[in-house]
Design a protein around this ligand. Structure first.
Ligand code: ATP
Length: 312
């Protein structure tokens, strides 16, 4: 049978240089630090889902190089099923080249490399079609036609398709993608960009004409859940002291997917995702900051008001 959660998406090596001041054209400067970490929204979501306690399969493409081996080893160590992690013979593993200046200014060059081939090989879709997951988690750091094809591939299986629409492509999303999505999870900026408006309520109305259910993440304000035929609910964030919000959205999506795959009702799933994302912002790193299942269990807030009484 299938796994509870499959993630089809990007996997990158993040190469981070710290430097006093970034060089200008033709200039050479000496940096003071360098780290290699794993990244890419797809990989981050897969790791977050695995730490949340589900069996997770990652469908992604890496190069035949040291970064590709790093990503495979990391995913395997995290317990993610890497059977559908494909090695492209001619492209480098995706990399993000990140320069961080002492004043905190960032410069980032992303080279998609092998990510650009994800979904292009028949094995990628076969991995989804033959053993369909209960939840398929998608993002937009691979070619959009591949994302559409993946959503289509699982359509006959009753798989719940969850899309975090990041980055929003220039020119918006093709209509045939949103038509395949069961649950859209944008942040506020993405929701507004997709709908072409600065007004969040208007954006949510626009999105609900295209997808049946939307969760807009609102940073430190929590998230907004809205359905086509139901109302709107705000789930407040768990108050924490933020250390590094990188990857909060990916942790949120990964944990939400796990809870939904386990049959949780949406409100309970959102409380788990909210608790997990809050834990992740108290730690640095993206995938590295994702909490484990027992930590989420301890941090999750009971439903108001019945749950509060039950705890009291
Ligand atoms: P990122 O790009 O940093 O990964 P995002 O823009 O995709 O994040 P956000 O809306 O910023 O997504 O955050 C996702 C979720 O993380 C929020 O819905 C919230 O539950 C949680 N969160 C984010 N920031 C905070 C914070 N400062 N305190 C508590 N929870 C937070």
């Amino acid at each position: 049978g299938g796994v509870p959660v499959a993630v089809l998406g990007s996997a990158n090596a993040d190469l981070v240089v710290t430097v006093g001041r970034a060089p200008g054209a033709g200039e050479t400067v000496s940096g003071h630090g360098f780290t290699t970490t794993v990244g890419g929204k797809g990989l981050n979501q897969a790791v977050a889902a695995a730490r949340a306690g589900a069996r997770v399969r990652m469908v992604a493409t890496v190069g035949d190089d040291v970064h590709g081996r790093l990503l495979r080893d990391t995913l395997a160590r995290e317990g993610v099923d890497t059977d559908a992690l494909r090695v492209h013979p001619g492209l480098p593993t995706g990399t993000a080249h990140i320069t961080v200046e002492d004043d905190g200014e960032n410069r980032i060059v992303v080279v998609p490399g092998a990510n650009a081939a994800t979904g292009a090989h028949p094995d990628d879709l076969r991995a989804l079609r033959d053993r369909p997951p209960r939840v398929l988690l998608l993002q937009l750091e691979i070619p959009v036609p591949a994302v559409v094809a993946a959503a289509r591939a699982v359509a006959p299986s009753g798989t719940r398709v969850v899309l975090t629409p990041a980055p929003v492509p220039r020119g918006g999303l093709p209509g045939d993608l949103l038509g395949q999505v069961d649950l859209l999870v944008p942040n506020q900026h993405e929701a507004c960009a997709l709908a072409g408006t600065g007004d969040l309520a208007e954006a949510v109305r626009w999105l609900l004409r295209r997808v049946p259910e939307v969760v807009v993440t609102l940073g430190a304000r929590g998230c907004l859940h809205a359905t086509r035929d139901g109302g709107h609910t705000v789930v407040p964030a768990v108050p924490v002291t933020a250390v590094d919000t990188t990857g909060a959205g990916d942790v949120f999506a990964g944990v939400l997917a796990v809870a939904l795959a386990e049959g949780s009702p949406v409100d309970g799933a959102l409380r788990r995702a909210t608790a997990a994302a809050a834990l992740s912002v108290t730690r640095s790193g993206a995938a590295a900051s994702a909490p484990r299942r027992d930590e989420i269990d301890r941090a999750v807030r009971p439903a108001a008001p019945a749950g509060r009484a039950a705890r009291g």
